[in-house]
Design a protein around this ligand. Structure first.
Ligand SMILES: Nc1nc2c(ncn2[C@@H]2O[C@H](COP(=O)(O)OP(=O)(O)OP(=O)(O)O)[C@@H](O)[C@H]2O)c(=O)[nH]1
Length: 338
């Protein structure tokens, strides 16, 4: 066999080939020549020949028994048997740190060849040594190539996993948005409102006051009864649109449930809050929905300023009191709880 034709078999980097054997099998002739400059040494199972990271000064031939090379870093171990060699870089390139740990797997006999002994062999048997080195380098290059391939495959797997994670994250974001919004109107729901209030606690208000407007449709039950549930839904969507239009970019329009909506606003003062509430009353009053025929829509609005966004219950009940004051007034009106 041509020296470079030796089948090269390197254990897979994923450790799937734990019992891989190096094909670095020496011919009896090569073994004899190399062993002639080595020192024979008997080893017992578990005996450590060198550690990973240790300064390398000699190479080894396995005469009998087996030796395990442990690379760690997720690479599979390699098991070497009679006629195989390892640690050869120590005699090729001189001092370097060992890549692996070598441990005797079974009782056996090894030949240890030092750098000086190898140097002497180069002078005595240049043709043999040249052939041996050529074959060893071919093996090392092929091993390196397989390692690069395996790292590339691993990298591709990682990129794919990353893609899947990104997709899952965006699906999660969509799912979170759905969980926090109302199906019928697309406005935030109660869960969305609580989340918004949580986040509000950490944001500066820049000279504004936080205010809540509670909005409830007047006589909505009658609308459903007279025009049907679908017409009622259309009315809810149309009013939701007006509530949404009334909200600025940092403000939250939401549907709390049934025919009740809420707007969390940032206003300068009472006057601005009144204008926003009156604007909403007027916008709803001017709605004309074909599905409602001659029936007109109106809402009642209750407002309250907020002392603490964490104290939602108190804030809500103040706005609710104002809302019912507006209802008692006959609806289509707004009141502020002061
Ligand atoms: N079409 C429709 N109706 C709903 C929906 N959710 C709740 N409703 C109805 O909204 C109505 C609310 O009625 P009430 O709470 O009595 O209020 P109201 O008739 O507006 O009375 P006032 O508030 O006192 O003016 C009920 O008849 C509910 O069935 C919905 O998603 N779609």
């Amino acid at each position: 066999m041509n020296p470079t034709d030796y089948p090269v078999h390197v254990a897979a980097a994923d450790g799937s080939d734990a019992d891989a054997r190096l094909p670095s099998q020496l011919s009896p002739d090569e073994f004899r020549v190399l062993a002639s400059v080595g020192v024979s040494r008997a080893v017992l199972p578990g005996e450590e020949l060198f550690k990973r990271g240790e300064d390398a000064q000699s190479m080894f031939l396995v005469d009998t028994g087996e030796v395990r090379l442990c690379f760690d870093d997720g690479l599979a171990d390699k098991l070497l048997g009679p006629g195989q060699y390892f640690g050869e870089l120590a005699v090729f390139i001189g001092r370097h740190q060992r890549f692996a740990r070598a441990v005797a797997e079974t009782p056996g006999v090894l030949y240890e060849i030092t750098q000086d002994a190898f140097q002497a062999l180069i002078d005595q048997e240049p043709a043999h040594v040249a052939r041996f080195m050529r074959r060893s380098f071919a093996y090392l290059v092929a091993g390196e190539h397989q390692l690069v391939q395996s790292l590339r495959r691993r990298n591709e797997d990682l990129l794919q996993t990353l893609d899947t994670l990104r997709q899952t994250r965006s699906e999660l974001t969509v799912a979170q948005q759905l969980v926090r919004s109302d199906d019928l109107t697309g406005l935030a729901n109660r869960r969305g409102l609580y989340r918004y209030l949580d986040e509000l606690g950490h944001q500066p208000l820049a000279g504004h006051r936080l205010a809540l407007l509670l909005v409830d449709i007047d006589h909505f039950k009658q609308i459903n009864d007279r025009s049907g549930h679908l017409a009622g839904d259309a009315a809810l969507r149309a009013i939701a649109e007006e509530v949404r239009r009334m909200a600025g970019p940092l403000e939250l329009p939401c549907r709390l449930g049934g025919d009740e909506f809420a707007l969390v606003l940032r206003v300068a003062d009472r006057g601005e809050l009144a204008n926003r509430a009156l604007g909403l009353l007027a916008a709803v009053r001017s709605l004309r929905l074909p599905s409602l025929g001659e029936s007109r829509l109106s809402v009642s609005v209750g407002g309250a300023f907020c002392a603490d966004p964490g104290g939602w219950a108190a804030w809500y009940s103040e706005a609710d009191r104002a809302l019912y004051a507006a209802k008692r007034q006959g609806g289509d009106a707004w009141r502020l709880d002061e």
